[in-house]
Design a protein around this ligand. Structure first.
Ligand code: FMN
Length: 191
């Protein structure tokens, strides 16, 4: 079984991130081709990066115990889905910090994004893809973009993500693709 993690990439008290996170989890519960755990960055208590040298120089070992715990947790998964809020046209600082807080554990694993905001988080996702490549990950094309209309529909009109069938179709494609890449890369890592 493929073991994936959904990383909730924003932590502010009134965050929207729980809406896409719960919807991804609900969709994943219908799948039999992978299991999905939720890793909420609120619960990780990660320090702002404070390592004396780049972890690539210490065989990926972190001196901070919470960062060390995080990177070992990341090592257990075959791929990742990340909720991507967009702050000032970039990713959240807390998510970038979480990505910096593991090194080898990300490698040769797929990552997919579900973004939201004025343009569906697209600008943040594009930056995150570059970061993922530097981490030796495989950022996949499939993504979910919750743009302005559904974003405001949920916030102001009581709608839910299930009111937008095109988003459900994107979610299915994302699941199909991350499962394909997850299995392919898992087999390649094992070989
Ligand atoms: C500091 C800050 C900067 C933001 N910048 C953008 C932005 O550049 N583009 C955008 O679409 N939304 C932007 N927003 C609005 C966010 O899309 C919206 O607040 C969203 O709910 C943030 O995700 P979160 O609720 O999970 O924290 C910004 C919000 C904050 C708090």
């Amino acid at each position: 079984m493929l073991n994936l993690a959904l990383i909730i990439g924003s932590t502010r008290p009134q965050r929207f991130a729980d809406v896409p996170a719960q919807w991804i989890a609900a969709g994943a519960a219908e799948r039999t081709d992978f299991a999905l755990d939720i890793l909420d960055l609120r619960d990780q208590n990660l320090p702002l990066f404070e390592e004396p040298v780049a972890p690539a120089w210490t065989q990926g070992v972190y001196s901070n115990p919470l960062a060390e715990e995080w990177r070992q947790k990341i090592g257990k998964y075959d791929g990742f889905i990340i909720t991507a809020a967009e702050y000032n046209h970039g990713p959240t600082a807390v998510l970038k910090n979480a990505l910096d807080s593991a090194t080898f554990e990300w490698r040769r694993k797929p990552v997919a994004f579900i973004g939201y905001g004025g343009v569906g988080g697209a600008r943040a996702i594009e930056q995150l893809r570059g970061v993922a490549v530097e981490l030796h990950m495989a950022p996949i094309k499939a993504e979910v973009n919750i743009g302005m209309e559904p974003f405001l529909g949920i916030l102001q009109q009581g709608k839910t993500l299930d009111d937008y069938p095109y988003l459900a179709a994107s979610r299915t494609t994302l699941f199909d693709e991350i499962a394909w890449w997850g299995n392919a890369l898992k087999a390649a890592r094992t070989a």
